[in-house]
Design a protein around this ligand. Structure first.
Ligand code: PEP
Length: 252
């Protein structure tokens, strides 16, 4: 039986004062919610704050990106070891905003995936199709290519320490959510593809859904057999919304 995981992706939002208020509300709300796992992935400058507020709690934390190299002359970049210095457990890799706005290829996402694992953190590896790709019927092909970048290079065993997030690009930040059955179809496809390499890894693999998960649709999504929780953007910035999603995860 896989445990549900709910991860907030704060993107480029937050300030010291509002972060504190949000985290204190989340901590108070999930303290007794033992039925699922929770995490927040925050902008780099707030890792120290988040570490000091969340240490010892049932909410883990992580980053939204890293550089694949251990150190070097990479102005503006952040190395994996810098994230472990601040207690990060997770790193979001290959988010569609990184792939699209920052031109990250499958090869770069794969290198970052490996660097995350090597540093002892869990990658949350994002895959998903654009609207044009869905409409032209190539969703599975796109997701397979993104997944295969990791499967063929890092190998299937690495997925025992990783999380996959299926995030249809057309549903991210748009208020349009994939119907639970639509999402379930892709989640099952991902699990089957991994199972072709290793059925045990596939069975225990945590596959999150991301794309406008809200308080009012989380329970339906989490009821699907291959949806193991959510990667939550906008709704993770509002304590009452995020907590309702966490409760849906704990109950599912
Ligand atoms: C995301 O940023 O990964 C995401 C799914 O955003 P939203 O929930 O706002 O669609």
């Amino acid at each position: 039986m896989r445990r549900k995981l709910i991860v907030g992706n704060w993107k480029m939002y937050g300030r010291l004062a509002s972060n504190r208020a949000l985290l204190e509300a989340i901590l108070a709300g999930v303290r007794e919610l033992r039925g699922a796992d929770y995490a927040v992935c925050v902008p780099y400058p707030y890792l120290a704050q988040v570490q000091s507020l969340l240490q010892g709690s049932n909410v883990a934390w992580g980053a939204q990106n890293l550089n694949q190299y251990e150190e070097g002359a990479f102005t503006g970049a952040v190395a994996p070891g810098m994230l472990t210095d601040f207690g990060c457990s997770y790193v979001i890799i290959g988010h569609s905003e990184r792939r699209g706005l920052f031109h990250e290829s499958n090869e770069i996402a794969d290198a970052k995936f490996t660097a995350t694992l090597k540093a002892g953190m869990k990658p949350i590896f994002c895959v998903g199709e654009t609207l044009a790709e869905r409409e032209s019927g190539v969703t599975e092909q796109v997701v397979a290519t993104q997944l295969d970048a990791v499967l063929s290079h890092a190998g299937v065993q690495t997925l025992s320490n990783a999380v996959i997030a299926y995030e249809p690009v057309w549903a991210i930040g748009t208020g349009k959510t994939a119907a639970p059955s639509q999402a379930q179809t892709v989640h099952a496809f991902i699990r089957e593809r991994v199972a072709k390499h290793d059925s045990q890894v596939a069975q225990s693999l945590c596959i999150l859904y991301g794309g406008s998960v809200k308080a009012n649709n989380a329970a339906e999504l989490f009821a699907m057999p291959d949806i193991d929780g959510g990667l939550v953007g906008g709704a993770s910035l509002v304590a009452s919304e995020f907590l309702a999603i966490c409760r849906a995860g704990a109950r599912a």
